[in-house]
Write a protein that binds this ligand. Structure first.
Ligand SMILES: *Cc1c(COP(=O)(O)O)cnc(C)c1O
Length: 240
């Protein structure tokens, strides 16, 4: 078994074990393979191991990988999720090439994504990114802004609001990790009462997968545990 296939099996076993522990059905939890910085060959290996949804953060990098993979006869065709920060001049390509966007945090971006969705395609699935720990350096809306933004997005053509996403500040230990995730889960339940089409709660990464399952995640975004550690991203800027 290859390194990646072994990782896929291990992560799937962890998901099943956590589901058993917290009374969840594994069928209610999607595993998104976060393939940022990883080559096409890794994505193909994960696909062979049974994963069909991939998450990318950097548009330029994603574009070339998506184009290369689109030229291959993969069955099923992969679904692409954009999970990185969005600049408004990038919305056209994101709307053309992705099936899901997890990182919507303002109306202007949602409107552009909807307007730019190519004719004949299903509406783009979007999640609102919530800055659950109110970290100044992090993207995302405040939890109090969810209802207002959701109501506005609901009226837009070309996009379909499906739920919420968050990246909490790192915490040690299961109980600590559960705290912010529980807050987001409660906000999700409130959102769902008004917007029944919202069915997706995107939380849980390699380090807090169990806490996320315990708190009701329906979509785990897993990179390192599937593909191994990433090389630090070189920005060309001096690091201070
Ligand atoms: C990189 C990334 C992940 C995956 O993180 P790992 O710790 O490698 O599992 C998940 N979500 C977002 C938004 C990311 O940028």
């Amino acid at each position: 078994m290859s390194f990646i296939e072994e990782n896929v099996r291990r992560v799937q076993a962890q998901i099943r074990a956590a589901c058993e522990r917290y009374g969840r059905d594994p069928k209610d939890i999607r595993l998104l393979a976060v393939s940022k910085t990883k080559p096409v060959s890794d994505i193909l290996e994960a696909h062979r191991a049974g994963l069909h949804e991939f998450g990318e953060n950097y548009l330029q990098e994603a574009e070339s990988k998506i184009a290369e993979i689109a030229s291959l006869p993969l069955d099923p065709a992969p679904l692409w999720h954009f999970i990185g920060p969005i600049q408004s001049n990038k919305t056209r390509l994101i709307s053309r090439d992705f099936d899901w966007v997890h990182s919507v945090d303002r109306l202007k971006i949602a409107r552009r994504l909807g307007e730019q969705r190519p004719d004949g395609r299903e509406p783009l699935n979007i999640l609102l990114q919530v800055n659950i720990d109110r970290e100044p350096q992090k993207a995302g809306i405040d939890i109090d802004e969810i209802p207002g933004l959701a109501n506005e997005i609901e009226t837009l053509p070309g996009v379909r609001l499906r739920g919420l996403m968050t990246i909490p500040a790192p915490r040690q230990g299961l109980e600590e990790q559960r705290i912010p995730l529980r807050t987001l889960r409660q906000a999700f339940d409130t959102l769902r009462a008004d917007h029944p089409a919202c069915d997706t709660l995107s939380m849980g990464m390699s380090g807090d997968l169990e806490a996320a399952i315990a708190e009701g995640s329906t979509l785990l975004r897993i990179g390192t545990a599937l593909f191994g550690a990433r090389a630090p991203k070189t920005t060309g800027k001096p690091s201070t």
